[in-house]
Design a protein around this ligand. Structure first.
Ligand code: HEM
Length: 484
């Protein structure tokens, strides 16, 4: 029975008992090096012209959505608005369904609305957001100058350079706090998060497809590490909440999102979907969804800027012309700087062009692109198939900001939606774009990023995982001279 596909299920490889199509996916992944390339290869083999490919990995039925039209249809279909359930998605929140990133139904609706409404009070989507980004960009500049010291140049490991500053912009709103990049707890947390994201896929990992492995082979299946990493993050967040609680004064104005949430809990108790656990999970979701994505888009950005010096020069010319060398860039400059904005969009394209969307789940039997999608099937946007499509983006693996420009103005095509669409659309797109614009322009205003002499250029390969990351690389950073 396990090998029989549901009627009119999207085409794809055959299903073996218990394993489903896992072996074939693995074989193809080993050959191509990356999960998204293996899905492309399997699509070419089994269903070249189909907008969907249907797989089964262990217990999970997974449908990958390959085309622009089918993705639009999927993201607007309310019957595919669920998020997956099961050991992988629940272990991260101590066995319960909590948070905003991987939940659905009433809890997700109520908490998403509350989060968006109250984050605005602390600058989210408003001018305060740009001010926070500017403060972090100043810290970044100063930190680079400190590393340079007398030498007037520095060779810096870039793939994770932006992590803490990006986290700080989010954490300022969530918890009213910022960290120095050398803060030991931060370094540790970010290292384990990076490792975690490299060890799992957007559609899960071995113990999520084969839950029995969490008992039979907890170490080998990655289950033990998964739990260990999450326990660390919970501890970090619970400590922060405890410190907020200890200094909470109901007569004083709330300073950050944690204060607002704790006030609700104090005044009304754990009612409806509100609970302290939900607060921990929401912070963890923002932490994970907010930092990994933006940091990795930035790492792609700078790995290409180091390789493509003419792109960097063109961006610096625009900065000099519009802002000059002395005024700090802010979000207000964005409408006048289409080339720098196009660099930001091209960086996001390179990141999401190697990353799948956050999985959805069919809440009931439904249809998509003419195929049947049974209840509880996982449905995933295959962003790489769209964002690296030769027809939509000629020479897709080249870094060409010009593809987002027309007659000197910014031009964003209808088929570019790397933040998703409709109800589950990314909650942080405005923050991500604000941070990226301010960080890119401030860095290029003050410094040039060059290849390290005697070392190879940043690799075009990347690190596979739940989200893709540019391969680790270094840049030689030099300050820009006034007469340059
Ligand atoms: C370049 C940066 C980013 C990219 C490319 C990105 C992309 C995405 C995508 C594709 C989704 C899934 C949409 C869907 O399921 O249909 C998503 C969801 C989400 N993102 Fe982002 N994101 C980015 C930055 C951020 C930031 C900075 C935050 C936090 C402030 C954030 C928070 C979230 C949350 C909470 C969700 C879940 C929304 C929901 O299910 O209701 N993201 N993002």
């Amino acid at each position: 029975l396990d090998t029989r596909k549901p009627r009119k299920f999207p085409p794809g490889p055959n299903w073996l008992p218990i394993l489903g199509s896992a072996l074939e996916v693995k074989k193809s992944r080993d050959k191509t090096g990356y999960l998204y390339r293996s899905i492309k290869q399997l699509s070419n083999t089994y269903c070249k012209y189909s907008p969907l490919i249907g797989l089964k990995i262990g217990k999970d039925r997974i449908v990958m959505v390959n085309t622009v039209e089918a993705n639009k249809e999927m993201l607007h279909n309310e019957f595919i608005d669920g998020r997956p359930t099961g050991i992988f998605y629940q272990t991260r929140t101590w066995g319960e369904r909590r948070g905003v990133l991987l939940t659905d139904g009433e809890l997700w609706k109520e908490q998403r609305k509350f989060l968006i409404r109250h984050l605005k009070e602390f600058g989210f989507g408003r001018s305060g957001m740009s001010e926070t980004a500017v403060v972090e960009a100043e810290h970044m500049t100063q930190d680079i100058l400190d590393i340079m010291g007398e030498k007037k140049s520095a060779t810096i490991q870039m793939h994770n350079f932006f992590n803490t500053y990006i986290l700080n912009t989010l954490w300022t709103m969530m918890a009213g706090k910022r960290y120095n990049p050398s803060h030991p707890e931060m370094v540790l947390l970010q290292t384990i998060l990076f490792e975690l994201f490299a060890a799992i896929d957007m559609v899960g990992c071995s113990f999520s497809h084969f839950p029995i492995l969490s008992i039979l082979a907890p170490t080998l299946s990655g289950y033990k590490d998964f739990v260990r990493t999450h326990k660390r993050i919970w501890k970090f967040l619970r400590n922060e909440i405890a410190s907020h609680k200890s200094r909470f004064d109901s007569n004083k104005e709330d300073k950050d999102f944690m204060d607002v949430y704790l006030r609700v809990l104090r005044e009304h108790g754990e009612i409806n979907t509100y609970s302290e656990g939900q607060l921990v999970a929401t912070c963890m979701d923002m932490f994970m969804a907010g930092t990994e994505t933006t940091t990795k888009s930035m790492s792609f950005c700078f790995s290409y800027l180091v390789r493509e010096q003419q792109v960097q020069k063109k961006a610096q010319e625009e900065i000099d012309r519009v802002i000059g060398r002395n005024k700090t860039p802010t979000l207000n400059d964005r409408p006048n700087m289409p080339y720098n904005e196009a660099i930001m969009l091209e960086s996001i394209r390179h990141f999401m062009g190697r990353t799948f969307g956050v999985p959805h789940r069919a809440l009931q039997n439904t249809t998509l692109a003419g195929y049947n999608i049974p209840k509880d099937t996982m449905v995933v946007s295959n962003f790489p198939n769209i964002l690296m499509d030769d027809d939509l983006y000629p020479e897709p693996y080249s870094f060409k900001p010009e593809r987002f420009m027309l007659d000197g103005k910014l031009s964003i095509p209808d088929h570019f939606f790397p933040f998703g669409l409709s109800k589950h659309r990314c909650m942080g797109d405005v923050l991500a774009k604000c941070n990226m614009f301010v960080f890119i322009t401030t860095m290029l205003q003050r410094f040039s990023f060059l290849p390290v002499p005697g070392e190879p250029l940043p690799s075009l390969d990347h690190v596979d995982g739940a989200t893709a990351s540019a391969a680790p690389f270094k840049a030689l950073i030099i300050p820009r001279m006034q007469d340059e």
